[in-house]
Design a protein around this ligand. Structure first.
Ligand code: NDP
Length: 295
């Protein structure tokens, strides 16, 4: 294997230590502990694991975390009422509604109801708009985690051709927006690919940095990777009880210069950025920190 393995677990741990220091300093200044509330509707086992991991990361790093668990039979109106109550609760700084929601509930209606200043997932249209204008309150967790991995690994992003495969609102689209902005860890030339893209192999092969956010196990094969490219694998797929990414790791790691593993790559970074956003939400709420969008 020739590629350097980008150790997301170690990088996430380093960043979490800094966040814990910042949380302690905030607490010292204000007497307030940043508080994240996760809302989980139903019994999806994967969601339960994600929420549990987020909870324990909060606790380990000095943030408060509460789980609001609701039955799968909860109506859209009942869930909206919960979100509104959390919006009004001054003790709650960050609100996270774990997706997916049961089919009878419209996720867009619920996510639009979250107070944008408490929207630690950065899903609200106001936050997406601010992000696209380059003056965000929050950065979306997984794309921010990817960007931090690149920065911490010393990968030159400015001027690089980044190809993102996947255009979801959670990963591909916001990541493309972030990497094309002016600023550190950005200034890239970004191409976004999706299921209708022609010549996907050729486009992927032209990437200096290739990001796979597709949701199909081992989709990215060695012929899609330029020798020496950096490959970031966002995918999490369960195959025969094992977690695998969207990249065929064994073959691609022979060609790439650096690559993230699954697990232990992007995953731990996502939760780390959620911790950061919860601290930011608490700062916005309690210190009246001037938001860039208002300045
Ligand atoms: P979505 O299913 O919402 O989006 C997948 C994207 O991949 C779509 O834009 C789709 O195109 C595109 N795609 C699908 N098939 C192809 C194809 N054959 N060729 C080109 N493009 C294709 O997934 P998410 O963005 O939510 O998640 C992507 C992966 O990342 C999943 O494995 C998910 O589990 C993982 N994930 C990991 C996180 C982490 O913390 N590590 C966090 C969030 C997600 P189109 O739009 O045309 O349908």
């Amino acid at each position: 294997m020739s590629a350097k393995i980008i150790d997301g677990k170690a990088i996430a741990e380093k960043l979490r230590q800094q966040i814990a220091v910042d949380v302690a300093a905030f607490r010292e200044r204000t007497g307030i502990v940043p508080h994240l509330v996760a809302v989980l509707v139903g019994d999806d086992p994967a969601s339960a694991v994600y929420v549990r991991n987020k909870h324990s990361a909060c606790e380990k790093n000095g943030l408060r975390s509460t789980l609001h668990k609701l039955p799968a039979t909860t109506s859209q109106e009942e869930l909206l009422a919960v979100v509104r109550q959390l919006n009004d609760d001054r003790d709650v700084h960050g609100i996270l509604v774990q997706l997916p929601l049961p089919k009878h509930i419209r996720a867009d209606v619920i996510l639009d109801a979250v107070n944008p200043r408490k929207d630690v997932d950065c899903f609200h249209p106001i936050n997406v708009g601010l992000l696209s204008q380059g003056r965000p309150w929050f950065l979306p967790c997984t794309p921010h985690g990817v960007q931090q991995l690149l920065i911490e690994t010393g990968v030159p992003v400015a001027g690089a051709h980044v190809v993102v495969i996947g255009r979801s609102d959670i990963v591909g689209k916001p990541l493309a927006l972030m990497l094309m902005q002016k600023g550190p860890g950005a200034n890239a030339t970004v191409t976004v690919c999706h299921s209708q893209t022609r010549n996907l192999v050729e486009i992927a092969r032209s990437a200096d940095i290739l990001v796979a956010a597709i949701g199909q196990a081992e989709f990215v094969t060695p012929e899609m990777v330029k020798p020496g490219a950096v490959v970031i694998d966002v995918g999490i797929n369960r195959v025969a009880g094992k977690l695998v990414g969207d990249v065929a790791f064994a073959g691609v790691s022979e060609i790439a210069s650096a690559i993230t593993p699954v697990p232990g790559g992007v995953g731990p970074m996502t939760i780390t950025m959620l911790l950061k956003n919860t601290l930011t939400a608490a700062e916005l709420a309690t210190e009246g920190r001037r938001m860039k969008a208002e300045g």
